[in-house]
Write a protein that binds this ligand. Structure first.
Ligand SMILES: Nc1nc2c(ncn2[C@@H]2O[C@H](COP(=O)(O)OP(=O)(O)O)[C@@H](O)[C@H]2O)c(=O)[nH]1
Ligand SMILES: [Mg+2]
Length: 290
């Protein structure tokens, strides 16, 4: 597998996020609820340092609800505030505002007590890897009634803020971070969920990963979708079974593996097979004691 990894891009993205940290009170770390760990930038903790953070598990409509609950407990145990949202349908938006208020209550109370600043709206920035839903969330939070505000004194660079009710202001440009996948499995998970382009990793390899994963974790859904009584042990036999059922054939009747891989991934990404989560908190749990 060829790994595409651009240190230059990462450094630039990191610089841009770091600059904007000065302007905000809280970071919204947007991740994909299907791969909460694989879709986060591993340097994020270091980048945002001690800024308050709210983790938003987006596209929860596409994830396995049981595992989403496990992830929410995982974050709770670690003392990290996390919310499952569906930015496309606008689910969880009110919780974002209330959780932000809670997370910043102490800071704002302290500011008020010192009389330094007038109570103001909370300022937030969304960060996340490409395709995780940053633009969708910004549009969702910025409903039509909400106007953009202009420059603010003390800020040299023109910065647009989107007002979300009276309590929240959102930077109109999100911080873009890059996924890091030295571990090929992380790359496969990103590709399976459509977070990275299919051209980066061989299509058949992605489908092999996806089929193995479904065979292990969601065999019933796989059997039901493709009318299989049993799942063949050999991956090539599984490809053959699905390719035959769906008529993914080359002239002469041989199975067209590229076509079969494409079909499987298309159906998986559009939730035709079911809604799945590919990262399990147990895998990342070593540090949480029993
Ligand atoms: N099903 C579902 N799709 C979503 C959700 N949020 C975003 N999307 C879709 O994910 C894709 C990428 O979203 P976009 O906002 O462009 O991601 P960005 O690159 O982070 O700005 C788009 O096709 C969105 O419609 C969600 O909560 N549920
Ligand atoms: Mg975008």
């Amino acid at each position: 597998m060829t790994i595409q990894w651009f240190p230059g891009h990462m450094a630039k993205a990191r610089r841009q996020v770091t600059e904007k940290l000065k302007l905000i009170d809280i970071v919204y770390e947007l991740v994909d609820a299907r791969i909460p760990q694989s879709s986060r930038n591993p340097m994020i903790d270091e980048i945002i340092s001690n800024k308050p953070r709210l983790v938003l598990l987006n596209k929860v409509d596409k994830a396995d609800p049981r595992v989403t609950e496990q992830w929410l407990s995982y974050y709770r145990e670690k003392g990290i505030r996390a919310i499952a949202i569906d930015a496309q349908a606008g689910k969880g938006m009110k919780q974002i505002v209330s959780a932000s208020n809670e997370l910043l209550k102490e800071k704002f109370d302290r500011m008020k007590a010192k009389g330094i600043v007038k109570p103001r709206a909370i300022r937030a920035m969304i960060v996340g890897i490409p395709n995780v839903g940053k633009s969708t969330l910004i549009n969702r939070l910025a409903s039509k009634k909400i106007a953009k505000t202009g420059d603010r004194p003390g800020i040299t660079q023109a910065q647009q803020w989107i007002k979300v009710g009276k309590e929240l202001e959102l930077l109109d440009t999100p911080g873009i971070l890059w996924p890091k996948f030295e571990d090929p499995i992380v790359g496969y998970k990103l590709a399976t969920t459509g977070a990275i382009k299919d051209t980066i990793i061989n299509l058949q390899d992605i489908a092999v990963y996806a089929l193995r994963f479904l065979t292990e974790h969601y065999p019933e859904a796989l059997k039901a979708r493709y009318g299989l009584e049993n799942i063949p042990e050999e991956i090539v036999d599984l490809f053959d079974a699905i390719g035959t059922k769906r008529g993914c054939l080359m002239p002469g009747g041989l199975i067209d593996y590229d076509k079969t891989a494409e079909l499987i991934l298309r159906e998986l990404r559009t939730d035709k097979i079911g809604t799945f989560t590919f990262d399990f908190p147990q895998e990342f749990n070593e540090k949480v004691s029993e």
